[in-house]
Design a protein around this ligand. Sequence first.
Ligand code: UGA
Length: 439
Amino acid sequence: MAKKIAVIGTGYVGLVTSVGLSDFGNYVVGVDINAKIVDKLNGGTPTIFEHGLEEYLQRNLKTKRLSFTTDIDSALKSAEIVFLAVGTPPKDDGSADLTQIQTVVQSIAKNINAFQVIVTKSTVPVGTNRWIEKQLTAAAPGKDFAVVSNPEFLREGKAVQDFFHPDRIVLGCESDLAREYMEDVYRALNLIHVPVVWCNLETAELIKYASNAFLATKITYINQMANLAEAVGADIHVVARSMGMDGRISPKFLHPGPGYGGSCFPKDTKAIAATGDEFGVDMSVIKEVVRANEKQKARVADRLAFLTGTVKGKTICVLGLAFKAETDDVRESPALTIVERLLELGAVIHAHDPEAMANFRFYLGEQPGDQIRYFDTSLEAAVGADALLIVTEWNEYRNLDLESIRERMRGDVIYDTRNVLDADKARDLGFTYAGIGRS
Ligand code: UGA
């Protein structure tokens, strides 16, 4: 039977979850403290850039199964299930800041009247769901509820597709009644035989961290192999493809690049390392991944300095500012570290990104003088540049008009940290081309 659901937080996870769960036939109210966001969403305009989201949002608003509000109390009062999708940003020591979760738990305690299932979607440190359970028991004594951990595995840029076609649903659930509720919520996925993993709270929490930390490790591993391939004269793409032919390894997440970024891997690797420290368990592999990833980002600026002789006083055209393609998100984007370092070294930056320029400008902050300029097209950004640096693998960069770029640039260096260009073609046009993991 369709369930009445409140989703608290309409950020990335919250919005996709609200839209997706209503599309499954549930009645969903998305809650946010920001009235502007709520108005925009009720008007059918998504507040994040995500393929397919607008269509699903409008479709479900029309059916009246989906709405958004700032009134958390009324949303909580009428919900059978509450999804927590608020932020858990990292603190200075790498551990997760749970202030927003704590505030919502207090509101739940105040409003709970009948049996309610509280489902955590946000990525929270192992032990948090047990802690929520204790907080609620203390704040709402005698009330009937169950806490469920339901980590999300959405990728930015592919979040809608991931929501409707997940590899698995993980449910840390220790109550029979809550299990029935959750089976109803996700019933639509039975049609496509999505496996469901039922486990205890701690196991569900750890599955999420173990998965993200493993993927971050896989990327870091191939990045180091790419650096070695460059040094010894091997081709990392042939290496990665052949490694991936081994079913035990799989070809996914073996693309070398300027280092992983985004709102998840950097935060989650540090958080799981902090959990290891808390419990006195050695997490040296993950700690080394964090360190090596920082080094990978720094290496890009250093290698560009090597390729150009020096970047001091040179104009560098930076193509791609988002942490990956198909998103306007620049959180922990390698481009931030790389551009900061190039500015420090005295370079002038001509920047372009199809979607992420406004966010990048905001996160980088004001820069003195004219040291960084933003351009609407890659061709304009290339004018007068001594070197061209590709940081994000946007499709439009795969088909750059290299002849026109060559005419507009002052210098001839291309450093392609995603290997999106045809190296032979670039060299034929007279560029000094360097990719990643290829000599
Ligand atoms: C990641 C996970 O892939 C999702 O499953 C998870 O739900 C999400 O974190 C989360 O915890 O919320 P996301 O951060 O959106 O998703 O992006 P990814 O596509 O995983 O890429 C992360 C970073 O790794 C990007 O900077 C990307 O450029 C880099 N990457 C990825 C590589 O450098 N090489 C690869 O082969 C793959």
